[in-house]
Design a protein around this ligand. Structure first.
Ligand code: SF4
Ligand code: SF4
Length: 71
């Protein structure tokens, strides 16, 4: 089974503001003593809302492009 693609969270940058938790449309995150954690990673649609809401850049959902090389 492949792992769900989820944003990365840098807890050392996190100020525990809870914006990402309350702003996630899928309720994929919960706030813990350590900071936000994925409670239901399979429900994450990788929409990027949490990244946009985070005031410290602690949660990141980078986009990437892949090329198919036909050689
Ligand atoms: S990328 Fe979207 S669905 Fe996934 S945790 Fe962030 S806000 Fe929720
Ligand atoms: S929005 Fe950013 S700073 Fe706030 S709890 Fe989430 S990861 Fe931490």
């Amino acid at each position: 089974m492949t792992e769900p693609i989820i944003p990365s969270i840098n807890l050392t940058l996190c100020n525990r503001c809870t914006q990402c938790v309350s702003g996630c449309p899928e309720q994929s995150l919960v706030m813990t003593e350590r900071g936000p954690e994925f409670i239901k990673p399979i429900t994450c649609t990788y929409c990027g809302d949490c990244e946009g809401l985070c005031p410290t850049g602690a949660i990141r959902a980078p986009l990437w492009v892949t090329w198919d090389a036909h050689v």
